[in-house]
Design a protein. Structure first.
Lengths: 156, 767
């Protein structure tokens, strides 16, 4: 099978994967892309959020067969060290992460939101970011998304 | 004797006597130049600091980063003394040397009343107890990240280590250049003199290591460059691009994955097992029977090519699960028995009295009014976002057997010990790599999962194994925050002033159970009184003249563990709601009522006033909103919070909506105000999840809550605005990670009372 991840086509060994295997485990355990996290396995916490065709998707319940031929983007390709995504820069500016475990999923969910809505209100953010954070970084996430949105609006 | 047993209860009196504290030499906490292993031209200066050939400073980091910002905070202490930027400092993991043990955390476990243990004004008994426990803790060298103790423990030790290294480096430069030492300056790791010479630390390190220094002092507060600033956390960039390595992210060549399945019932075990269906599935390699490790129950682990393959195998096992021999647990029945125990002890002055003053019965006889209420709190799970996991690899045979463990743990020494037991090797053959922790909250003070991972690695013949618990195993087999009940009794005089306060609580003690499983060396033959059962009740700052604060330690059989803010997490709810009830009885404003009882506690009064001022206490609110306040000291820090609440779905239905939480805190010297604010915000969210939703129910022996849909956490949509205001202080730093949690539930409940007139005396809060 083939999978398009972060702009690269990856050929998966048919013996190693199964069409029903959730995308999360293909990313983590087959491709060693460990930035995407496992939190609950039932699409309840959002730690596993990635972009499929630009949409935020909970990869722990998304079978590999459902993403055939569609581009998958993970935290590893949100930005680079030299050119971080506006959200990553805002996350650093607001000092968002504590333990950091949920933040990949938060950032990918936020990226999907900003791609659709360049100027989200508090209500828009609350509706889009349903991921769980046990450390309680939510107030800073809210502020950082607004900062990133403003930065992206100025750029374009 | 009772008093002495009490003094030592934080560590276990039995262990103290075995070690023979009277004969122990004092132990420096600086270590020597050869404590740290060196490679490639590095030079060790003491047990904490070495210098690389290029002038980089390496700091031995003995605390686990689980979100609380400790790597940054401890690095700041060292960088400030050495006059280097955080970028010039690299962290390396501290090894198993006793030097890296936690002393402050164990002193914090002593059950002293704050009025007896005020720094600088300690009573003789307190001084003796603290000295004894400090000595014992140094000898034992237990490396623990917990109890909000890391900065307090490092404050003197790391600054002195860095100041000594600095003096040695300057001394070496002075000798080489033949220039007076007090004319040399350090600028971000470069030593220079106005006359021209300049060189980095690496050039003097070898000479510095043998340069004797005398009378080293740490910097004066006015000279701090980093301490007190909101320096960016050193872990934040890696935590925004997916490169931060948590335990579950460890990847080793040829690694396999193991998924654990425990009996549905707490204390249950696997009987006859049919693994045929599981073994037929692609990618499933083997099934391993797990014994009990550091508190875990017997279980099964299925090994597979990926988590998903192993999980499918675990789901396919057919197991005849056995009920626990001790009987089947039920949380409703446990709550009833706790309540009965608390009532019985309240009636006949039973339980262990952690604090007594005056004469409560006599005060009751002359009082004009009596108030008595019962408060309740349920079991709770930790639910850190990173599921429980550990990676292990065993190589070599016989005497050459080596065990390597990669663990997100708050207790690397205990992890090492359980790994050694599970592999049947000496501890010297075990290396523990501490990864980032995807949340700890006390769950990772237990090392059960480390033993399980090593046990599976024994079977995988040299292949590394990453053992992972599905979320359902985490929620149904946690070491839970114990359920608690308290009978609260007070007498008031004719003016409404409280003349007596009697609190009798009941619930399981955590510390003796934890020591039995995690640090067997400290487990005594009998349970000594556990401060954590009564903290937040016996240590109140209010000047009520007659008090008896006692606890009945029960044995419910439910596995219990330390949960962020431990006893304070529910006891603050009991005490601060009850104080609010007394204010109402006295017909006095809740802030004014508390201030009236805080005449001998000026720091508490200042924090309370700051929170009230910043929240606009007493000013009008929009219709349908109300405020509530709570004040609580824990882990040496004082926090007050004002919560603003409404009921969007009507006065008697639906969930409350929390709009704003204003926090004021006195945490001593603030090392990094950004991190302190972050921790308090997080602690508020953690406390609100518990106050609004948190409950673990046990029915027919099994925990009912299995995943986040049944054990909800606060979401971004429900998160209020949170403000933090810090009181300036010159006292040594106290706890930061936990003290923000206890006040939020009572502040919310008190706001609900102000809004509805209904007192909510049970957690979670439901109308």
């Amino acid at each position: 099978m083939e999978l398009s991840v972060n702009g690269q086509t990856r050929t998966l060994d048919d013996a190693a994967v199964d069409p029903g295997m959730p995308l999360l485990w293909v990313l983590r355990d087959v491709l060693n892309l460990t930035g995407t996290k496992f939190g609950c396995g039932v699409a309840a916490c959002g730690a596993c959020t990635v972009l499929v065709d630009g949409q935020a998707v909970r990869s722990c319940v998304t079978p590999l067969s459902a993403v055939a031929g569609k581009p998958v983007r993970t935290i590893e390709a949100l930005g680079t060290l030299d050119k971080p995504h506006a959200l990553q820069a805002a996350w650093v500016a607001h000092q968002v992460p504590q333990c950091g475990y949920c933040q990949s999923g938060m950032l990918m969910a936020a990226a999907a939101l900003l791609a659709k809505n360049p100027n989200p209100s508090d209500a828009d953010i609350a509706a889009a970011i349903t991921n769980l954070c046990r450390c309680g970084t939510y107030p800073r996430i809210r502020d950082a998304i607004k900062t990133a949105a403003a930065a992206l609006r100025t750029k374009t | 004797m009772k008093r002495r047993a009490l003094i030592l209860s934080g560590l276990g009196a039995g262990a103290a006597l075995v070690v023979g504290w009277g004969l122990m030499p004092p132990r420096s906490r600086q270590g020597s130049a050869d404590t740290l292993p060196v490679v490639g031209g590095e030079i060790g200066l003491n047990g904490w600091i070495k210098v690389a050939a290029d002038g980089q400073v390496l700091l031995a980091m003995n605390r686990s980063e689980m979100g609380q910002g400790v790597h940054t905070a401890l690095a700041m202490l060292v960088a400030d003394e050495l006059d280097i930027s955080l970028a010039k400092l690299r962290l390396i993991q501290a090894g198993p040397d006793k030097l890296y043990g936690n002393v402050a955390g164990f002193i914090g476990a002593l059950p002293f009343h704050p009025s007896d243990s005020e720094p600088g004004r300690e009573t003789r008994t307190v001084k003796t107890g603290q000295w004894l426990v400090a000595k014992l803790a140094r000898e034992l060298g237990i490396n623990m990240t917990g109890g909000s103790s890391s900065v307090a423990d490092a404050w003197d030790v790391l600054r002195l280590a860095a100041a000594t290294a600095r003096a040695q480096l300057l001394g070496a430069a002075s000798l080489r250049w033949k220039l007076p030492v007090d004319e040399l300056v350090i600028t971000d790791g470069i030593v220079s003199h106005g006359s021209g010479p300049s060189a980095h630390f690496g050039e003097f390190a070898k000479a510095a290591a043998v340069t004797p220094v005398s009378s080293v002092t740490v910097k004066d507060a006015k000279d701090w460059k980093l301490i007190g600033t909101p320096a960016p956390r050193i872990d934040v960039v890696a935590k925004t691009n997916g490169t931060a390595t948590f335990g579950i992210d460890v990847r080793l060549p040829d690694m396999v994955y193991a998924v654990v399945r425990h009996a549905p019932m707490l204390g249950g075990s696997p009987g006859a097992t049919n693994a045929d269906a599981a073994m037929k599935l692609a990618g499933v390699e083997r099934v391993v029977r797990l014994g009990s490790y550091a508190g875990s129950i017997a279980a099964l682990a299925v090994v597979g090519r990926s988590y998903w393959h192993a999980k499918r195998g675990a789901d396919a096992l057919q197991v005849d699960w056995q009920a626990p021999p001790a009987g089947v647990l039920d949380s409703g029945a446990i709550m009833q028995s706790l309540e009965a125990a608390a009532h019985a002890a309240a009636k006949d002055q039973g339980g262990f009295a952690f604090y007594s003053r005056g004469d409560v019965p006599a005060a009751g006889k002359t009082a004009s009014r009596h108030v008595e209420q019962v408060y309740r709190a349920p079991y709770l799970a930790h639910a850190p976002m990173e599921p429980i996991n550990c990676t292990a690899r065993i190589t070599g045979e016989g005497g050459a057997r080596r065990v390597e463990v990669w663990a997100p743990t708050q207790m690397p020494g205990a992890a090492r010990a359980v790994a050694a037991r599970a592999a049947g090797v000496h501890e010297d053959a075990v290396t523990v790599h501490v990864t980032y922790l995807g949340g700890g909250f006390g769950r990772r003070l237990d090392v059960d999962f480390v033993g399980q991972a090593v046990r599976v690695a024994v079977e995988t013949q040299g292949r590394p194994v990453q053992l992972i618990w599905p979320r359902e195993e985490d929620l149904t087999h946690d070491f839970y925050r114990p359920a608690g009940v308290a009978v609260m009794q007070a007498s008031l005089d004719a003016q409404g002033q409280p003349t007596s306060l009697a609190i009798t609580s009941a619930g399981d003690a955590i510390t003796p159970r934890w020591m039995e499983r995690a640090i067997p060396l400290l487990a005594g033959p009998i349970d000594t009184p556990d401060k954590t059962t009564s903290e937040g009740l016996f240590d109140l700052p209010y000047g009520v003249p007659n008090q008896r604060i006692a606890h009945v330690a029960t044995h419910s059989g439910v596995p219990v563990g330390f949960w962020r803010s431990v006893g304070h997490s529910h006891n603050a709810f009991f005490s601060e709601c009850f104080i609010d009830e007394l204010a109402f009885e006295a017909k006095v404003d809740p802030v004014a009522f508390r201030l009236g009882l805080l005449k001998d506690a000026p720091r508490h009064a200042a924090v309370l006033k700051l929170a009230a001022d910043k929240a606009g206490w007493g000013t009008p609110l929009p219709a349908g909103r109300a405020r509530g306040i709570a004040l609580h000291e824990s882990f040496g820090s004082i926090v007050a919070q004002v919560v603003e609440v409404s009921l969007p779905n009507g006065p008697q239905s639906g969930r409350p909506r929390v709009h704003r939480v204003v926090c004021a805190a006195d945490v001593g010297v603030v090392v990094n105000p950004g991190i302190v604010a972050q921790q308090i915000e997080g602690a508020v969210v953690f406390g609100l999840s518990a106050a609004l939703f948190g409950r673990i129910d046990i029915a027919a022996g099994a925990v009912r809550q299995r995943n986040f849909p049944d054990y909800p956490l606060l979401t971004l949509a429900d998160t209020p605005r949170i403000e933090t205001h810090l009181v300036p202080s010159t006292r040594a730093p106290s706890g930061v990670g936990e003290p923000g949690t206890p006040p939020v539930a009572p502040a919310l409940a008190n706001a609900m009372f102000a809004l509805t007139g209904q007192r909510l005396r049970e957690l979670p809060l439901t109308l």
